[in-house]
Design a protein around this ligand. Structure first.
Ligand code: NDP
Length: 321
């Protein structure tokens, strides 16, 4: 017997309970992984609360790192003892999880287990945001929200490495210090941020806004763009954005709006390899710092969700079985 978190119904963090579970058996193209750490992501809270539909009983988690302890009959690329990570697993809030071999990422030697669990989902997200949702070029000015969050800290570092000017928003002094350490050029509070962005850009506005906050920032994000700027709305930490009139894009200056999701930017092995290899290489070399802001025993998954939703966290949260 082993342990896993389950939710028997949608609800608040309290629906997450530790339960006994069978060790899962890998299918032909699957790996059985002993989880060293599981990543906590905002999407896990949307699934737990019922904003995104899932079937119950539900074990959250799509991100983990650990060691392969068994392989399916048709697996050729991995063997027992390999260290792997994934952003595309399921039921990773557990001591053991199954990972499809084609979605497993080999972990380089220079990357420890906690960094390996912290990086895949937020790292590949930051990668597709700046390369594929909107291609950031040196000299662009970019606004990102929640600059001390998991995605935010990685995004800022990748943007600075690209040669962009980064303006970010945060809610506290502690978060401001972390955003600056990651390289942000300007760190704002949310109140009146669009006006401040205009001032900082000589009235012009930014080339692109990366907005993972959603409801509370959406209008200000649109108002921060220059003519023909792009709003990349990639999350809803403050709640979903209500229905939207496309005419506002015209009025704002022939703006564009996209609402991307990671899965559509990992369409094939080449794309997955491109993104994961670049972010893992950057982490292994020390060029990209991955901040684990909180580690929780597996049994305290509810506590991690509570902290994340209360915006009490910085960087990445991990569950450690
Ligand atoms: P974060 O670590 O960034 O945590 C969310 C942060 O959002 C908070 O710390 C807080 O920072 C800010 N925030 C602002 N308003 C609220 C609010 N009302 N409630 C809670 N938080 C708020 O989380 P992640 O890095 O895991 O994810 C960031 C966003 O990116 C999420 O919306 C997530 O869904 C999205 N995402 C989207 C992906 C995609 O492919 N589309 C993939 C991965 C993540 P502060 O206190 O500074 O305001």
């Amino acid at each position: 017997m082993t342990h896993a978190i389950i939710a028997r119904k949608a609800g608040g963090p309290e629906v997450l309970e530790l339960t006994e579970a069978e060790v899962p058996v890998p299918g032909p193209r699957q790996l059985l992984v002993k989880v060293a750490a599981a990543g906590v992501n905002f999407i896990d809270t949307y699934q737990r609360s019922g904003i995104y539909k899932v079937e119950y009983p539900f074990t959250p988690g799509s991100e983990s790192a650990g060691t392969v302890v068994a392989i399916g009959a048709d697996v050729v690329d991995f063997t027992v003892g390999d260290r792997i990570a994934t952003a595309e697993g399921s039921r990773s809030y557990a001591e053991y999880t199954l990972v499809d071999a084609d979605k497993a990422l080999p972990v380089p030697d220079g990357v420890d287990d906690h960094t390996a669990a912290a990086l895949p989902l937020q790292g590949m997200t930051a990668h597709y945001l700046i390369n594929s949702s909107f291609r950031v070029e040196p000299g662009h000015t970019v606004l990102t929200h929640a600059g001390a969050g998991g995605v935010g800290l990685i995004l800022t570092q990748l943007l600075k490495a690209r040669g962009a000017r980064v303006i970010t928003t945060v809610s506290s002094d502690e978060k401001e210090a972390l955003a600056r350490e990651a390289g942000a050029d300007e760190v704002l509070r949310y109140s009146g941020f669009a006006d401040k962005v205009r001032e900082l850009t000589d009235g012009e506005g930014v080339n692109v806004v990366y907005d993972g906050v959603g409801k509370d920032t959406f209008d200000g994000s649109l108002a921060s763009l220059r003519i023909r700027g792009a709003l990349v709305l990639f999350g809803a930490a403050s709640g979903p954005v209500p229905p939207f009139d496309p005419q506002r894009l015209n009025a704002g200056g022939s703006l564009s709006l996209t609402r991307p999701t990671l899965g559509h930017f990992l369409q094939n092995p080449q794309e997955r390899h491109w993104r994961s290899a670049e972010v893992f290489r950057a982490a292994a070399s020390g060029a990209l710092k991955v901040r684990v802001g909180g580690t929780y025993p597996l049994a305290e998954a509810a506590h991690a969700h509570r902290d994340l939703e209360a915006r009490n966290t910085t960087g990445k949260l991990l569950l450690v079985p």
